[in-house]
Design a protein around this ligand. Structure first.
Ligand code: PMP
Length: 351
């Protein structure tokens, strides 16, 4: 730390991203990326002409992409905010809408804690039930904004839209930030509710189901006044937050939605296959509606399973945190990758 750092940030513990190792080729099942490449139309964006156009700034209004996202979700372009990955939309939401205190689950996406520290917020940490499900009644009368990942990460568990609606109704003056990063792998989005509830902001990403993690594209959908507030902060921070190529690729991806829907089905099928194989080997897997599984084995610790898989060239994620130490989180890769993963797990258990 330099002696110049603003004291406000002295105690900040930054987010720890999943490993992106460069030392050898791993089967990467640790950061919930898609095993499938982006669609053809997206790839055609990456040509010489697009490269030459990089001398120009991107459209600060992201008009074409907003129109396409609006059409996809049955909302108006004024209901859409576009960001550099959904982490950035979450960042702006914290910046804009959380003055003092925010509530979230004890086991959820780690960035909520980091943003809370960044903005000096108090946190109300609400434990998930014993079975890791989220009890919306625990959030009903707390009198502060909350952020909920649905499906949750790393548990993978999904809340029905009816529970979200109940939460919105319980306190119309309280904002609910709903992080739907993994909604396309078996959930139903709550986006239609923004027409009736101005206290809902839904955040999604193109990193998972649309194979664009490296392009960095996220979006938020909510009532017009919420989006205007986010725009005020974006234009006060970085009006060109999404680069030209990514804006174009996002548009092409939305024109090729069928391809991504098929990929999601393939991933769901592979997830269920992997789950049943793991359960046959004695694992307990939570009921994931995402592109990952959260699993524990009665006789091998999460730490050991993570390390032994890594030694065998397979990366999964382990969280050294209370309640979930015994688990590993396994991103669903393609069928061949999962066969290799299962083979190696079997070998570790036989050791
Ligand atoms: N929300 C959740 C729950 C996530 O797991 C992730 C991925 N790390 C994100 C948001 C952010 O993803 P991105 O910034 O790539 O859109």
């Amino acid at each position: 730390m330099s002696r110049f750092l603003n004291l406000r940030y002295k105690k900040l513990t930054p987010y720890t991203p999943g490993e992106q190792p460069q030392d050898r080729r791993y089967i990467k099942l640790n950061t919930n990326e898609s095993p499938y490449p982006p669609s053809e139309g997206v790839l055609t964006v990456l040509n010489r002409q697009a490269g030459e156009e990089l001398r120009l700034y991107s459209d600060p209004e992201a008009s074409e992409l907003k129109k396409k996202l609006a059409a996809r979700y049955g909302v108006a372009p004024e209901n859409v905010f576009v960001s550099n990955g959904s982490d950035e939309a979450l960042n702006f939401a914290f910046m804009a809408f959380v003055p003092e205190r925010i509530a979230f689950a004890d086991i959820t996406y780690g960035f909520y804690q980091v943003f809370s520290e960044l903005y000096g917020l108090q946190t109300q940490i609400i434990p998930l039930r014993e079975d890791f499900s989220l009890a919306v009644e625990d959030y009903e009368h707390i009198g502060c904004p909350c952020v909920i990942a649905n499906p949750n990460a790393p548990t993978g568990l999904l809340l029905p839209v009816s529970h979200i609606e109940r939460l919105l109704q319980s306190d119309p003056n309280r904002l609910v930030i709903l992080d739907e990063a993994y909604i396309d792998f078996g959930g139903t989005t709550a986006i239609p509710l923004i027409q009736r509830y101005d206290n809902l902001l839904v955040i999604q990403t193109c990193s998972k189901s649309r194979s664009l993690a490296g392009a960095r594209l996220g979006y938020a959908i909510g009532c017009k006044s919420l989006i205007q507030d986010l725009e005020t902060l974006r234009f006060s921070t970085n009006p060109y937050n999404v680069n030209r190529l990514t804006l174009k690729m996002g548009c092409r991806a939305l024109e090729e939605q069928d391809y991504y829907d098929e990929n999601c089905l393939r991933i769901i099928e592979t997830r269920e296959y992997t789950r049943s194989k793991l359960e046959n080997m004695g694992f307990r897997c939570l009921d994931s509606k995402t592109n990952f599984l959260f699993a524990e084995h009665p006789s091998v610790s999460g730490e050991r399973m993570y390390q032994e898989l890594k030694d065998r060239g397979i990366l999964v994620r382990h969280f050294d945190r209370p309640r979930i130490r015994s688990f590993i989180r396994i991103t669903i890769g393609n069928r061949k990758e999962m066969e290799e993963f299962l083979r190696q797990v079997e070998a570790i258990l036989a050791d």
